[in-house]
Design a protein around this ligand. Structure first.
Ligand code: MG
Length: 384
């Protein structure tokens, strides 16, 4: 390997994963160089990041949110619109794309990065939920490295192992802020309560997905595609301490788990350092003060979103795309105060029931399903 720094495009640089990626890059200035930045709407913060890091290639998804030219470094160019964001993923001067966009909007960027032969450090799980059938055949071995903490854990547990000896993947779930609650109590949940995740600091969309357990459903579909393991061999276990980040069970009865502090900078850094390991960006895990670790089955009756997502995954085809689109609309409506907490799973369920599932054939087809499902979910929110 050459000693030149890895050149990184951070898509979604103003969000939680994006900002933590810049933090990692700042710790390793001779190994990592940020060369492109993209944001959805936070043009001002994007411009500040570009000035600080002297990044000349930036893009903003929502054109009215683009920064003023004077706010960017000299000689910088700012593209606008979804295509401009996707274009950064295939720039010649980029080695690694960190896809930290939110939602199905990340799909085309993942496609572009893989087609251009870039390493894809994938934090945008919706890419695989919606388009896993199309994306995985584009990925060469070692090209797609998961950033999601559970999948990074499984990826690391699988190093040096043969796929044939994998008996089961165990995805751990914190259970979110409403672990142990019953269905009737969930109906009155406020936005503030749902945003108070007990373990992880994350952006608002994924924090709500963690509170409904939809996140674990999305992650099951993500794991299915990433590791080529059938749904009957992926199990979910609620582990409130979030110390064990996931496990792999092998045919001989051995189980390998990945433990660490709950800080996203660890899996982000690993996606950039792989196959090497660099010094920790966080304090070490102190086992003697951990106390007990608990494991329990998830409550699929209370957390209907998890049951719905597992059904979508097992059914396959375009159903996960429809489910994901409905969930994005419902979560945005909940955050805006236009839908109750249990309205999220009602909207998702109705859109799924009405969807005519087809085999996945093209990105255009998936975009059509996404748009139709968003429209229908929007009508259901308006009528709620
Ligand atoms: Mg995760």
């Amino acid at each position: 390997m050459s000693n030149a720094p890895l050149r990184i495009a951070v898509l979604g640089s103003t969000g939680s994963i994006g900002r933590q990626t810049l933090d990692i890059a700042a710790r390793y200035p001779d190994r990592l160089r940020i060369v492109a930045l993209a944001a959805n709407r936070s043009g001002e913060l994007l411009a500040a990041q570009a000035r600080e890091l002297d990044v000349r290639c930036v893009a903003v998804c929502d054109p009215p949110c683009a920064p003023r030219a004077d706010d960017l470094p000299d000689g910088a160019y700012c593209g606008t619109g979804p295509e401009a964001v996707v274009a950064l993923a295939s720039f010649d001067e980029v080695d690694v794309v960190v896809n930290a966009l939110v939602g199905a909007a990340g799909l085309r960027a993942s496609e572009a990065a893989l087609r251009a032969g870039k390493r894809l450090a994938l934090a945008n799980k919706e890419s695989l939920v919606v388009g896993g059938d199309l994306l995985m055949p584009l990925a060469a071995p070692g090209q797609l490295i998961p950033v999601d903490s559970e999948h990074s854990a499984i990826f690391q547990c699988l190093l040096g192992e043969s796929g044939a000896s994998v008996a089961r993947l165990w995805l751990t779930a914190s259970g979110g802020p409403f672990r142990g609650w019953d269905r009737s109590a969930l109906a009155a949940v406020t936005v503030e309560q749902a945003l108070a995740h007990p373990r992880w600091t994350m952006g608002p969309k994924i924090t709500i997905d963690s509170a409904t357990l939809m996140n674990k459903g999305l992650e099951t579909i993500e794991a299915h595609h990433l590791f080529g393991v059938g749904y009957d061999r992926i199990s979910i276990v609620v582990h409130a301490q979030s110390t064990v980040h996931s496990l792999v069970e092998f045919s001989d009865g051995s189980v390998k788990g990945h433990l660490g502090v709950a800080d996203m900078r660890v899996p982000i850094q690993y996606a950039l350092s792989h196959p090497d390991r660099w010094d920790a960006p966080v304090p070490p895990l102190e086992l003697t003060t951990l106390g007990s670790l608990t494991f329990e089955a998830p409550d699929l009756e209370t957390f209907r979103c998890l049951a719905l997502a597992l059904h979508a995954g097992r059914t396959g085809g375009t159903l996960p795309a429809a489910m994901n689109a409905a969930n994005e609309v419902a979560v945005a409506a909940f955050l805006a105060g236009r839908l109750g907490f249990t309205g999220i799973d009602s909207v998702v369920e109705t859109v799924m029931n009405e969807h005519g599932t087809e085999r996945v054939e093209s990105f255009e087809q998936l975009e059509r399903v996404d748009a139709q499902s968003r429209r229908r979910a929007g009508e259901l929110v308006a009528a709620s």
